[in-house]
Design a protein around this ligand. Structure first.
Ligand code: TYM
Length: 327
């Protein structure tokens, strides 16, 4: 069983949504599957990045992934830009992907609206590069949060199209989206997903101090009424907090509802902050011990890239021949 997934090196730090939607699954799967995890720095530059800090941010996010339990001896962890085959396959895929399908992507529409003056072509072709990240390694499963579902569907469509045009080359990988936790919402606007690019008080970073966690949970938006009941439509704020409590304390939603019955919102908030602080503390300590080890972190990514490249080269050899490029 082969697994491939990716994450951007952007934003101040990874948050609880990234963890519950993706990274937690990655850590579990590296025990039993052949896992490749890619830090997608080329995707990151579709939004303006400061060239002075991008490389540093990629190393910092590497330290975060290691602190969260990604083990470079059990998986292949690498930076996308180290493996040039990603961009090569992306170009080939761009010649079989209709522009109309790209224009329909929700993430493209959101991002193009946000950065009207820099609605660059890379934002539009972003999902093609993502399809290349995935199909290069011919994985069986791609563990992601719910927001990536549409991109995965496009990846499958690109695989089908390539196979129909050039002969069977790629299987269609399945998206693996957690049943709960695949879409964690913003603490300030629980109708919107938690996002790295939003202000700090909308998200719990996995490396926040205990004081910051307490404060953010305290000011998190709740709903009218007093009952602690899970209902995304009627009580989106409380449902998000209850979901976080259940996932971080290892209880089901209905067990959590029973536990908090008759207790007020303040009790839920206090207990959620307690469980977050306790669970996240070891991550913070581990990141602190890794963060200044630039040489080691770079070496991890280079070692991973070497392994990834040997697989990517095999796929590209096959693809080039099928497309009719000179060998
Ligand atoms: P990115 O960097 O935005 O997010 C990384 C992972 O975290 C998940 N995620 C969430 N899950 C639950 N609730 C949330 N609020 C939340 N926010 C983010 C995302 O679904 C993702 O799994 N396009 C991808 C990166 C990518 C990729 C790939 C992924 C590039 N190539 C190949 C898989 C395979 C992205 O921007 O993820």
């Amino acid at each position: 069983m082969r697994i491939l997934s990716g994450i951007q090196p952007t934003g101040p730090s990874y948050h609880v949504g990234n963890y519950l939607g993706a990274i937690k699954q990655w850590v579990e799967m590296q025990e039993t599957a052949d896992c490749l995890f890619c830090i997608v720095d080329l995707h990151a530059i579709t939004v303006p990045q400061d060239p002075k800090t991008l490389a540093k941010s990629t190393l910092e996010k590497t330290a975060e992934l290691l602190a969260l339990g990604i083990d470079p001896d059990r998986c292949t962890l690498f930076a996308q830009s180290y493996v040039k085959e990603h961009t090569e396959l992306s170009w080939i895929f761009s010649t079989i992907t209709p522009v109309g399908e790209l224009e329909r992507m929700t993430q493209y529409k959101d991002k193009a609206k946000k950065q009207r003056e820099n609605a660059n072509a890379g934002l539009l072709t972003y999902p093609i590069l993502m399809a290349a990240d995935i199909l290069l390694y011919k994985p069986d499963v791609v563990p992601v949060g719910e927001d990536q579902k549409q991109h995965l569907e496009l990846t499958r469509a690109i695989a089908r199209k390539f196979n129909a045009r050039f002969g069977k080359t790629f299987a269609e990988p399945a998206a693996l989206i957690p049943k709960t936790g695949g879409r964690i919402m913003s603490l300030q606007d629980p109708k919107k997903k938690m996002s790295k690019s939003d202000p700090a008080d909308t998200q719990i970073s996995l490396f926040d101090s205990p004081e910051a966690i307490r404060k953010k949970i305290k000011i998190a938006v709740t709903d009218t009424g007093k009952d602690i009941k899970y209902s995304q439509t009627k009580k989106p704020g409380i449902s998000n907090l209850l979901l976080l409590y259940s996932l971080f304390s290892g209880t089901t939603i209905s067990e959590a509802e029973t536990y908090f019955k008759g207790k007020g919102y303040a009790v839920l908030k206090k207990e959620l902050a307690d469980v977050l602080i306790e669970t996240l503390e070891p991550f913070r300590v581990k990141k602190h011990s890794l963060i200044s080890r630039d040489v080691y972190l770079r070496e991890v990514l280079l070692r991973g890239a070497k392994k990834a490249r040997s697989l990517a080269e095999q796929t590209m050899e096959e693809v080039r021949a099928k497309v009719g490029l000179l060998s």
